[in-house]
Structure formats: C-alpha cells, structure tokens
Design a protein around this ligand. Structure first.
Ligand code: AMP
Length: 206
C-alpha cells in the first residue's frame, strides 16, 4: 500500500513495483479517470468530485476496490495506490482482506510540501497506457508522445494549481489520519531524489 500526498511518486513507483514483482498496480484514480473518459455510470458519478479535487464517496470507491481485488491477477499480491484515502476506506479494506490484512506493507512516501506543486505541474500522462512522465524529471524521448505505446500525453484536468491546492488540503484533513490508524505498521520512505533511488528505498522495505 502506497500512501502519500499527490506528487509523492505513488503512481510512478506503483508502476515500477508492478513490473518488478509482476503483480497488478491498482490506482483508484486511474480506474476513475478511465471511467470518466468512457462516460460510463461510474465516470458520471465521479467526475464532479474529481474536477474539484474532492474525494469520491467511500461507498463508490469501496465497491470498485472490492471488484478489482476479487480478480484472479490479485491472488499473488497487488499494489494499492491512492486507496485507502479515508479511515472508513482503511477499515473496509481490513474487513475485505480479513487475515491477509496483517500482511499488507504500509508504505508512506513522504514529500516536502514545497516539492509537491513542482512535481505535479510538470506531470504528464499517456492517453493510451497511463504511463507517467514529468517534463523535467522523466521526459519522454520525443515531446508529447509516449515512449511505450506512441499515444499522446496529456495533463490531468485536476493538476491545475487551484485544484492541486484543494487536493493537498483534502489529503491533510481526510487522508493523513490514516497514518495514525496504521500506527507502527507504517514504513516511512523519503520521496525526494531520483525515481530509481526512491524505488530502491521501497524495495528495501518490502
Ligand atoms: P489520484 O489519481 O490518486 O490523484 O486520484 C484522482 C482523484 O480521484 C482524487 O482527487 C479523487 O477525486 C478521486 N479518488 C481517487 N482515489 C480515491 C479514493 N480512494 N477515495 C476517494 N476519491 C478518490
């Protein structure tokens, strides 16, 4: 489980961990963005919250995670990114995993607030495969095009400065208390530095 504010590197590290351990990377934000772009029922229900930088209601998110974790590819393990985001979600996850809940590695990627905006404002995502880039820290080889699948890169609508500030506030109020919920089980990892350095720190914990 990767915890930490937006821009801490949860998505980037989640993708790398997924490749390394060959287990799925489950980002509730990505699942929701996909639903919004398809315009399905879930997308319609989630869109307004996401645009404002608010949290999508717990009941919707918990249902998404329940369905996703029941899939065959999660049997050997999985990486949670962006979930849980409230204490209620954390409790529901415990209920869902039962005995296995004790085996979760809770990893908090810590990032100094002054770096958050810089990280997020340069962030770009591939329309095709969801791979993450950063204009300064991990640019694609050819501008605006994904190295992996050749699709165009876009900037998330909720990565504008106003919405990011709101998301940071929501994180501090709703999500940060989760660290208290997990208590001594939380492994702190410093999120500053090169992608590979942070990756090594996380692997060290796992
Ligand atoms: P992320 O990609 O993790 O930054 O998530 C983008 C947006 O999706 C968030 O700002 C929320 O609006 C919504 N979202 C993602 N995961 C959750 C969650 N676990 N609980 C509530 N809302 C979520």
């Amino acid at each position: 489980m990767l915890l930490g504010p937006s821009g801490a590197g949860k998505g980037t590290q989640g993708e790398l961990l997924s490749q390394f351990y060959n287990i799925p990377w489950i980002s509730t934000g990505e699942i929701l963005r996909d639903a919004v772009s398809k315009g399905d029922e879930l997308g319609k229900a989630a869109r307004a919250y996401m645009e404002k930088g608010a949290l999508v209601p717990d009941a919707l998110i918990i249902e998404i995670v329940k369905v996703r974790l029941s899939k065959e590819d999660c049997k050997r393990g999985f990486i949670l990114d962006g979930f849980p985001r409230t204490i209620e979600q954390a409790k529901e996850l415990d209920n869902l995993l039962k005995e296995d809940a004790k085996r979760l590695k809770v990893i908090h990627i810590n990032l100094h607030p002054s770096l958050i905006l810089k990280r997020i404002c340069g962030r770009r995502t591939c329309r095709g495969c969801g791979t993450l880039y950063h204009l300064e820290f991990s640019p694609p080889s050819s501008s605006g095009i994904c190295d992996k699948c050749g699709s165009v890169l876009y900037q998330r609508e909720d990565d504008s400065e106003d919405v990011v500030r709101k998301r940071i506030e929501v994180y501090n109020i709703n999500t940060r208390p989760i660290l208290g919920y997990y208590g001594e089980r939380v492994h702190e990892v410093e999120g500053e530095g090169k992608i590979e350095e942070v990756f090594e720190r996380i692997k060290g914990v796992i």
